[in-house]
Design a protein around this ligand. Structure first.
Ligand SMILES: Cc1cc2nc3c(=O)[nH]c(=O)nc-3n(C[C@H](O)[C@H](O)[C@H](O)COP(=O)(O)OP(=O)(O)OC[C@H]3O[C@@H](n4cnc5c(N)ncnc54)[C@H](O)[C@@H]3O)c2cc1C
Length: 444
């Protein structure tokens, strides 16, 4: 649909057709009396099977499905764009958070409360086609990785959907060899609804408001009015829209916090290592430690998954999953600046522990003969997992359905509203949150 064909007024505008936005637009448009407009800045074309191939991360410079942001320390920060958003380009790891990760969530969000919404997505026959990687699908390095940690830690039962402190075979959202995206799972079947309009190449610059009531959105110079705006533009996209929309909506904030799972890579040289095209999904097994580290067993050199990345050899990742000090998202004259912040003392200690443990593993008997022990070296750069979350946390800036506190007609449903850190990646939990909020909104 071109910009000229956009309706001038609808009941609800959902901004962003990503992991959360597809769920919300589908849920809200189940009510035929409610008109819903879903806007995304990405391309018209649906991500093809080549884009969704789990052996590729289509986030190189120039990819129409990836949006790069500037980060203060020079880290490459990327989000997905277009139908499916980041679910079209991500690693396809779809693990729940640990039940205990919900202990500090607002009322109504205990692990028991959220179990049904997770199951909608990841139970057998669920919407996202989730299954754990089977033994015969594993990259060469994975069985040794799991065997090493199984000497000292439990292994999650294959039929248990909740992760444990121990070895967690990755559960993946997939369809054949590709990622099953939020757009395929939620949007495609809803496209025939008369009350749902989907427009791409439609970048929202700001929400419009009268006092503290939101009245619509600006899209490339056109204003569309509505009764409610749901921002699902992702943690960085939503923050940009909010910051551009006028500070009175956010009190006196001129920046918003952002949390990230920072990661250190431990490189090594191995017989099965670099020099061949990636054939297995990038991440098939992780260990979660008692001190909240996720040890990631990458299948191969990341350069084999991301076009244009210089080869660096295979690696294990060590990520601190409950970071303390947040970074920030700020708007300045040149645009949005993201600062993922510094590594505080607690995180530094955890990195040291995790990197030491991984180095010990790579030099152990299980890897002897295949890994050159002298090649094991931690990368000096503390990287990003591309998991940014928590700029509009529930219970603080938004209520437990994402309604922006102190503002009428504005809701945020995406990674921005996660109120705490989780010990697994955020994808499954962001989609679960959208399912649950969508259910409550449908009842209204
Ligand atoms: C490369 C990569 C790998 C990752 N791997 C994993 C993984 O394996 N497991 C995991 O758990 N998590 C992973 N993540 C994180 C996870 O995919 C995201 O946290 C999640 O998909 C975010 O969902 P969301 O709904 O908040 O936003 P998104 O899915 O990013 O959707 C936001 C949408 O809004 C649109 N948009 C933004 N701004 C505007 C605007 N102004 N106007 C109109 N539209 C706009 C965008 O085009 C996009 O489609 C990864 C992320 C990336 C980028």
């Amino acid at each position: 649909m071109s910009r000229d064909d956009l309706p001038s007024r609808v009941d609800v505008i959902v901004v962003g057709a990503g992991s959360a936005g597809c769920v919300i637009a589908e849920r809200l448009s189940r009510n035929p009396d409610r008109s819903v407009l879903l806007l995304d800045r990405g391309p018209h074309e649906w991500p093809t099977t080549q884009i969704r191939d789990l052996g590729v991360l289509p986030i190189s410079a120039g990819s129409p499905y990836a949006q790069a942001y500037d980060e203060a320390s020079g880290l490459g920060v990327i989000r997905g764009r277009g139908l499916g958003g980041s679910s079209s380009v991500n690693g396809g790891y779809f693990l729940r958070w640990h039940p205990g990760d919900f202990d500090d969530w607002p009322t109504g969000w205990t692990a028991d409360d959220v179990a049904a919404a997770y199951a909608e997505l990841d139970a057998p026959g669920g919407t996202m086609g989730v299954s754990a990687f089977a033994d015969d699908e594993l990259a060469d390095v994975v069985p040794r990785f799991e065997a090493y940690w199984a000497r000292s830690m439990p292994i999650r039962r294959a039929d248990d959907p909740w992760p444990i402190v121990g070895v967690n075979r990755v559960r993946s959202n997939r369809e054949g060899d590709g990622r099953r995206t939020a757009a395929e799972a939620y949007l495609r079947a809803a496209l025939g609804r008369q009350n749902l309009v989907v427009a791409t190449v439609a970048e929202v610059t700001a929400v419009t408001s009268v006092g503290r009531t939101v009245t619509g959105v600006d899209v490339g110079g056109i204003t569309i009015d509505c009764g409610e705006v749901v921002l699902s533009a992702g943690t960085l996209g939503t923050a940009a829209i909010l910051l551009r929309s006028g500070l009175d909506m956010l009190g006196d904030a001129d920046e918003l916090p952002v949390h990230e799972h920072r990661e250190v890579l431990v490189h090594y040289r191995a017989r099965w290592g670099s020099g061949r095209a990636a054939t297995r999904p990038l991440l098939q097994s992780v260990v979660h430690t008692a001190d909240d580290i996720e040890i990631r067993c990458y299948s191969d050199d990341m350069a084999n998954y991301i076009k244009g990345l210089p080869p660096a050899g295979p690696a294990m990742g060590v990520a601190v999953m409950r970071p303390g000090t947040p970074g920030s998202v700020r708007l300045n004259r040149t645009g949005l600046t993201i600062d993922l912040g510094t590594v505080d003392d607690v995180a530094a200690t955890r990195f040291e522990h995790g990197v030491g443990a991984v180095a010990e593993m790579l030099r152990s008997d299980l890897f002897a003969g295949d890994v050159n022990p002298d090649s094991v070296a931690a990368d000096p750069v503390v990287r990003t997992s591309q998991h940014a979350w928590g700029s509009m946390p529930m219970g603080e800036r938004t209520d437990w359905l994402g309604g922006v506190i102190g503002v009428h007609g504005l809701r945020v449903v995406d990674g921005s509203i996660l109120p705490t850190a989780g010990r697994s990646g955020p994808h499954a939990t962001i989609m679960m949150t959208a399912c649950r909020i969508g259910d409550r909104l449908l009842e209204r």
